[in-house]
Write a protein that binds this ligand. Structure first.
Ligand code: ZN
Length: 189
């Protein structure tokens, strides 16, 4: 069986869905990649700054609150001070931290990089993602295979597209590795 890998490349970290007081509704907050550090002798606070995509209001997501400045690694602290992009991205992708701050993950923008599949030969496909996200595996498959919802579901019912891990392809969300089996026509007839 032919082996293929697709990679989900994220164009932006996932927005955080949160209630915006100014907008009076839940909106998407976009990570600014900027940290705010408040360092006093005894306490240190660190926030990651988000902006409401609708009204530009600022929301500071707490990363550290009133911790002992000595308890933090100096390299990490330096990263906060110089607004290290990779560091900001890591926090913006930390669903646990976001939940703790009363937010929820939105859908990140992404593109799918990898060879197209023509359904002629059977393929063992691994879809790789840097992090688990709220994106549905079916959306990724449908987009790259160019299938309508209906034709995708038919292929799943017929067992022509299936999860190698026995997951429900209509429901499951993207993990770091997603193994799919696609049965080709040549093998079928
Ligand atoms: Zn707003």
């Amino acid at each position: 069986m032919k082996k293929l890998t697709w990679e989900l490349q994220y164009i932006s970290p996932p927005p955080t869905i949160k209630y915006c007081k100014k907008c009076g509704k839940k909106t998407e907050y976009i990570c600014s990649d900027l940290f705010r550090v408040n360092a006093q002798r005894k306490y240190l606070d660190v926030w990651l700054i988000y902006k409401c995509s609708n009204c530009n209001s600022t929301w500071n997501m707490t990363i550290y609150s009133r911790i002992n400045p000595k308890s933090i690694d100096s390299k990490l602290l330096e990263g906060f001070y110089c607004n290290d992009e990779k560091l900001a991205e890591g926090y913006a992708m930390n669903s646990e931290l976001i939940q703790k701050n009363g937010g929820e993950f939105g859908l990140p923008k992404y593109k799918i990089v990898g060879e197209d599949i023509n359904f002629e030969t059977s393929v063992e496909l691994n879809i790789k993602s840097k992090y688990a996200s709220q994106i549905k595996l079916s959306s990724v498959l449908r987009e790259k295979l160019n299938l309508s919802q209906k034709s995708f579901e038919q292929l799943v019912i017929d067992g022509e597209v299936k999860s190698a891990e026995d997951l429900d392809l209509k429901k499951c969300k993207i993990k770091t590795e997603n193994m799919i089996i696609i049965n080709g026509r040549v093998e079928r007839y």
